[in-house]
Design a protein around this ligand. Structure first.
Ligand code: ADP
Ligand code: MG
Length: 254
């Protein structure tokens, strides 16, 4: 009898664990709690931002120039630290992260910038190999992974091209391939279409949407409202360092 009770208790406990893990099945990728950022010159770039992004989401972060978007990106990549509040990225608490842990945290992220930031002296293949080598990938892994990501971004025949032989849209697709090559859990793109014409911009955004559909969480910073309005996604809007809207749908809708 006593043994049976013990068994039941154990079973109950494991059911409870299952239920509570079910409730939190979607892991939290980003958590900002009451974030304030004041730069050394006194500029208050963020004034109490709260944000939660879960595994698998596609989120547009929008707002006018100077509203604090890139400041949020730099907090998430641990380039800068908050003046007040808590930042948690992929389970790493950036408030008390150790210096040696920062590269590990960054490997869970793929970051894409407006100006591509490719190595001009290396081919597409060389750029991707460089990114993989920094995480200690083997030659075998590179031979397998690089053609896969190039195919994914539609550049399977450009492995031997140099960045300056490619259009802006192509270069940004290389940057996306590089962001993906180490299989990150999340991609953060800061104005990825800022240097591209509208047609290329739409192609890039569609590509990011497709990558998200394959499971990578996506945070895309932009101030291009026409582009945002073409996709039905969660839109987080900030203005003067404050979050003014967080909802599904276009840039304008309340
Ligand atoms: N390193 C810095 N030092 C001082 N002020 C900064 C720095 N970086 C950004 N700012 C200021 O912080 C505010 C937000 O900038 P930013 O986050 O780059 O905005 P966004 O990306 O939305 O254009 C702006 O007023 C900007 O001038
Ligand atoms: Mg910016």
């Amino acid at each position: 009898m006593a043994a049976k009770n013990r068994y039941n208790k154990k079973a109950d406990a494991s059911i409870q664990r299952l239920q509570s893990s079910g409730r939190e099945m979607r892991a939290i990728m980003i958590r900002l709690i009451d974030i304030h950022k004041e730069y050394d010159n006194g500029t208050k770039a963020l004034k109490g931002i709260n944000l939660r992004i879960e595994d698998g989401e596609f989120v547009f972060l929008v707002g006018p120039s100077g509203s604090g978007k890139s400041t949020i990106v730099k907090l998430l990549t641990a380039e800068i630290t908050a003046s007040k509040g808590r930042v948690i990225v992929n389970g790493y608490n950036l408030n008390n992260i150790r210096r040696w842990q920062i590269p590990h945290m960054r490997r869970t992220l793929g970051v894409i910038f407006q100006d591509f930031r490719l190595i001009e002296k290396k081919t597409v293949q060389g750029n991707l190999e460089f990114a993989m080598r920094t995480v200690g990938a083997s030659g075998r892994e590179m031979r397998k992974r690089i053609p896969y990501v190039l195919d994914l971004v539609g550049l399977e025949d450009k492995a031997d091209a140099y960045p300056n032989e490619m259009s802006g849209g192509e270069q940004q697709r290389v940057a996306i391939a590089r962001a993906l090559v180490n299989n990150p859990r999340m991609i953060i793109a800061d104005e990825p279409t800022g240097n591209l014409d509208p047609r290329r911009s739409l192609e890039i955004m569609t590509l990011l949407e497709r990558i998200n559909a394959m499971g990578t969480t996506m945070l895309v910073v932009t101030h291009e409202r026409d582009l945002v309005n073409r996709f039905s996604k969660r839109v987080v809007a900030i203005k003067d360092g404050e979050l003014i809207r967080d909802g599904q749908g276009g840039y304008y809708r309340a």
